[in-house]
Design a protein around this ligand. Structure first.
Ligand code: FAD
Length: 290
């Protein structure tokens, strides 16, 4: 199924993100976790891509397993920052052969020691979107940042670039994680004003490990509301309590988002089937899934 057709059928969607193994020896355990998540029957699952290309083959393989083995449409992430046109064409060939019809087109983060001024085939995700459109046969998603992308001088400039990216052929957007819904509502208002009309899926991270989260947040520029900071402080040394609180916080965020008309929630599961199941069970009625 091409995801661009999904929101013609559904008011609101539930989807999960998984990541592929980094090395051969992890393949079986990752496959097992991802298959358990797929059995929750989300509307689709996305599979991330290592910007350096290290897990490229696994992205297609895990996406194929989700889709062919479990009947869940797969969205394969693809980054271009360390690639060239020939390599991207090969990746698209592999995805097409695996039966994948949906790609999340990303620039990717700069690898260490990378020279952003050096000449290259791809400077921005938009360049990749244009090439995937030219290749044909895929529904295309892209990333957006409710609080602005870290590299961008202003949110207004970021939004201008986002509009250009969408206009080059993007069918839907997935947001970076956020913990304060008002950041998303403000972003959706500004995106609408900027003429962006494609569905925007809210990226939600159920935080289950406080230390890991502190690291991720410092890289992404995501702000933490005080209410959530208190939860991290209180439960950081009690993993079970942290996991429970993280799932409940994410579920509460999602209830509010659905009540306010968001088109989809995309849950960063970190390959944890119990976390995905906790969300799916808590929200089955809210999302109209049972
Ligand atoms: P772009 O859309 O190219 O934007 C990057 C920056 O360039 C922004 O600041 C933008 O404002 C600016 N810009 C865009 N166009 C112009 C222009 N014409 N002139 C000047 N500036 C411009 N990374 C991975 O490695 N693998 C993954 O699987 C992955 N999945 C992700 C999924 C989601 C939902 C999100 C939100 C991010 C994901 N990332 C992933 C991280 C992503 O690759 C980084 O955030 C990266 O820094 C930006 O990627 P982008 O596609 O948003 O880039």
């Amino acid at each position: 199924m091409k995801l661009r057709d999904l929101w013609k059928e559904k008011d609101v969607t539930l989807s999960f993100e998984a990541f592929p193994p980094k090395k051969d020896s992890d393949f079986d355990s990752v496959r097992f976790a991802v298959e358990q998540i797929a059995e929750l029957k989300p509307d689709f699952m996305s599979v991330t891509y290592g910007a350096g290309g290290g897990t490229a083959a696994y992205t297609a393989e895990i996406a194929r397993i989700v889709q062919a083995g479990h009947g869940v449409p797969a969205l394969a992430h693809l980054t271009c920052v360390s690639s060239d046109r020939g390599r991207i064409r090969q990746e698209l060939d592999i995805l097409r052969q695996a039966g994948i019809e949906n790609v999340l087109a990303l620039r990717g983060d700069y690898p260490e020691g990378y020279d952003p001024t050096a000449p290259r085939d791809y400077r921005y995700a938009r360049d990749l979107v244009e090439d995937i459109v030219a290749y044909g046969g895929f529904s295309i998603g892209a990333a957006c940042y409710p609080e602005g992308h870290v590299e961008c001088a202003s949110q207004a400039e970021d939004l201008r670039h986002l509009r250009e990216k969408v206009d080059s052929g993007v069918d839907f957007l997935v947001t970076q994680m956020f913990f304060d819904n008002s950041a998303l509502y403000s972003f959706l208002y500004r995106a609408h004003q900027a003429g962006i009309t494609v569905p925007v899926l809210a990226g939600i991270m159920p935080v289950t490990n406080a230390a890991q989260m502190t690291r991720i947040l410092s890289l992404s520029g995501t702000t933490l509301p005080n209410r959530f900071r208190m939860i991290l402080d209180k439960f950081r040394d009690r993993p079970d309590a942290m996991k429970q609180a993280g799932i409940v916080y994410a579920a509460q965020q999602m209830v509010d988002l659905v009540a306010n008309g968001v088109r989809g929630v995309h849950v960063y599961t970190m390959n944890k089937p119990d976390v995905a199941a906790g969300i799916a069970e808590n929200l089955s009625k809210v999302l109209g899934r049972t």
